[in-house]
Design a binder for this molecule. Structure first.
Ligand code: SF4
Ligand code: SF4
Length: 389
């Protein structure tokens, strides 16, 4: 038995989906060949509880397409685990809302990629998706359910962030901002953010967190937006970044029972086992399991991270981003600390300027204007929507 406990298991209930999102990392659409049966799914719930799992996030594909969704979700709650649901928000009925209320979920998260309905529908691949997801969110709010919105940022929607901020603020909706990877078969690599665009997303989240109270706009950056920044102290949910938690505090389960450290790592080489052959409890407690995080040593850091003073604890950033962008683990090229060395090279070379940067937490004005233009498209508009850091 290991000392690790799963704080959150993300479970792809089915790969079936009624949308065709461009950035979907698992290219969802049809079911996997042999998805878990209702009996196997309930056994998995019991095994996760036995392994000490604190919370389970049910996602897809689209989780409401699974007919036994409520039987599984109820079992999770019955066994004392917290429940989150991640949905595209386009499948709903009075029964679904009543069932969700009964479950007292920790969060009902809905994907929203743009404030512009046509752009959201284009990214989601199905006309009318925006309107349906909007209705879903409104109804959740009316029912008193804890609603979150997840926005996955890439080149097509980076300019939507300020409009989404304005649409979400003051509504009691938690907002998670994350950046797209290119694992899925529908996403073109040219839609990936450039390093500067990536940094500007961090700057945007930081600006929101400085400008709005958590009551007005509870916004966070996901795991991929970090690490050890001189300037961006407020982007992530975590006060300190202790490295990728795949197999340490989080796990992912595919709808066919395959277990991974993180469901975002869409690569069969990182499958730790299948719950049809070994219980989740045994897979999680395997002393040889999840070696890439549990057994990480700083000497394993890739070229982007070798020599970094944080390599020991950081572990080279998000392993999913690292793998997707470089083909290696522990080598995340999109890291605030690393990018700032380039973006702030003049300030960092000068001890006085470096100290001022650290103390004031303020970006140099010219850099700020350049990054701000990524959202507002041209001269003049940046002042109107100015990000206040
Ligand atoms: S350069 Fe690598 S090890 Fe250093 S903070 Fe960034 S991701 Fe972490
Ligand atoms: S691979 Fe990335 S998203 Fe997955 S647990 Fe690690 S840091 Fe988080």
């Amino acid at each position: 038995m290991t000392d690790y406990r799963p704080a959150c298991v993300v479970w792809e209930l089915t790969l079936a989906c009624n949308l065709k999102c461009l950035h979907c990392g698992s290219t969802a659409g049809g079911r996997r060949a042999a998805e878990l049966t209702p009996e196997e799914a309930l056994k998995l719930c019991a095994d996760m509880a036995r392994a000490g799992t604190r919370g389970v996030a049910l996602m897809g594909g689209e989780p409401f397409l699974r007919k036994d969704f409520f039987a599984i979700a109820s079992k999770v709650r019955e066994l004392g685990m917290e429940l989150s649901v991640i949905t595209n928000g386009t499948i709903f009925s009075d029964e679904i809302f009543a069932g969700l209320k009964e479950l007292s979920p920790r969060a009902v998260a809905v994907s929203l990629d743009a404030a512009d309905p046509a752009l959201h529908d284009r990214i989601r691949g199905v006309p009318g998706s925006f309107e349906k997801s909007g209705r879903f969110i409104d109804r959740c709010l009316a029912e008193g359910l804890p609603v979150s919105v997840i926005t996955t940022v890439h080149k097509l929607n980076i300019k939507e962030l300020p409009k989404l901020r304005d649409a979400l603020k003051g509504r009691g909706i938690a907002w998670q901002v994350q950046t797209a990877g290119a694992e899925g078969g529908r996403f073109k690599k040219e839609f990936l953010l450039t390093p500067e665009e990536f940094y500007s997303v961090g700057l945007f989240v930081e600006a929101c967190r400085r400008e709005f109270s958590p009551e007005e706009l509870p916004v966070i950056g996901a795991h991929d937006l970090g690490y050890h920044s001189l300037l961006l102290k407020n982007v992530s949910l975590y006060e300190t970044w202790d490295g990728c938690q795949a197999g340490k505090a989080v796990a992912g389960v595919r709808s066919d029972g395959g277990v991974l450290g993180c469901l975002a790592i869409n690569d069969d080489r990182f499958l730790e086992g299948n719950v049809r052959e070994r219980s989740f409890y045994d897979i999680w407690n395997d002393p040889a399991g999840f070696a890439y995080t549990r057994g990480y040593k700083k000497e394993q850091a890739g070229a982007n991270c070798a020599g970094c003073e944080h390599a020991d604890t950081c572990g080279g950033g998000c392993n999913e981003m690292s793998l997707m962008k470089t083909g290696e683990l522990h080598n995340d090229p999109y890291c605030f600390h690393r990018l700032e060395k380039e973006l702030f090279k003049d300030e960092l070379a000068n001890p006085l300027k470096r100290a001022a940067l650290k103390l004031r937490g303020a970006a140099p004005a010219a850099l700020f204007r350049r990054l701000g233009r990524m959202f507002y498209g041209g001269r003049g508009n940046e002042d109107k929507h100015r990000m206040r850091l």
